[in-house]
Design a protein around this ligand. Structure first.
Ligand code: FES
Length: 286
């Protein structure tokens, strides 16, 4: 984790109320991985105290740049939209634990709901760079909120669902999963809690429904993996990036905990935001 300066390079509204900003921030980019996030301070004169967490939407280690994608939901996020190219802000990062891809996985299924695209977007780049095939299932309320395909690598197969049927599949993005779950070696998701809960239920029953072997069946079979460990995430069919309100983002305030199946509360900012889906107690009521 490092505290570094970031210089705004580009800022644009890509969807109604949703912004994409590119920053030059070599200190924050070095070693950063998909699934991690930065904690960003608003300006000295903004009157706003709390930092804001943003997923690494894209990471370019060669150029030393990163992008964040956010929705304006209050004064804090609105403040960011007032920045102009050349303005500098400070960021803390990389924070949290990243997605872990099993080296044997060739086919990755990414599932995003709305702004959850920011949580998995960088993984598409990483996977394609490593020679993997990627299908991205994206769900939104209407066509007006569909993430532009022009912002995705050409290699990604992009499939859209909208609640009102104005583009793509008419229904939830989770309706699309059964068509791809036999193809996928692993799946990675970010979005609203009901979407993640449904995906987790599908993943839990996948092996019985499809009769597929699981990765890691031979290597270390029967050996328990430590909850929250990179190995546990790497072996999971489904990894989820949890979206929780955050205060400190460094593990001190306990404002971001989720309950796990082991009965141990876990901090999204430290033990997450990425978890193996089976580690989360989805009916935990947190
Ligand atoms: S935000 Fe404070 S412990 Fe996670």
């Amino acid at each position: 984790m490092r505290l570094g300066g970031a210089q705004l390079l580009d800022s644009r509204e890509i969807l109604p109320g949703q912004w994409l900003q590119a920053y030059l921030a070599p200190d924050l980019v070095a070693g950063a991985r998909a699934g991690q996030f930065v904690h960003v301070r608003t300006g000295d004169y903004s009157g706003l105290v709390l930092r804001r967490p943003f997923s690494y939407n894209t990471i370019d280690p060669l150029a030393g740049t990163l992008t964040i994608h956010f929705r304006t939901v209050g004064r804090g996020t609105a403040w960011f939209t007032q920045l102009r190219p050349g303005d500098r802000i400070d960021m803390l990062g990389p924070l949290g634990r990243p997605f872990e891809v099993d080296p044997r996985s060739r086919h990755l299924l990414l599932v995003a709901g709305g702004l959850g695209i920011a949580g998995v977007r960088a993984l598409a780049d990483e996977a394609i760079r490593d020679g993997r095939q990627v299908t991205l299932l994206f769900g939104a309320a209407t066509a007006r909120e569909v993430y532009p395909s022009s912002l995705l690598p050409d290699e990604v197969e992009y499939v859209v669902a909208t609640d009102d049927g104005s583009v793509g599949h008419h229904g939830f993005v989770t309706d699309l999963v059964p068509e791809y779950e036999a193809w996928a070696d692993q799946a990675f998701a970010c979005g609203p809690l009901p979407m993640l809960r449904t995906l987790s239920n599908l993943a839990a029953t996948r092996r019985q429904r499809l009769g597929v072997a699981s990765l890691g069946r031979k290597r270390g079979a029967g050996r328990p993996l430590a909850p929250g460990s990179p190995q546990a995430r790497k072996k999971a069919f489904l990894q989820v990036s949890m979206e929780q309100n955050m205060g400190c983002a460094v593990g001190a305030c306990l404002g971001c905990v989720v309950m796990t199946t082991s009965g141990t509360p876990q901090r999204v900012c430290r033990e997450g935001p990425v978890f193996a889906a089976e580690e989360i107690a989805w009916e935990g009521g947190w």
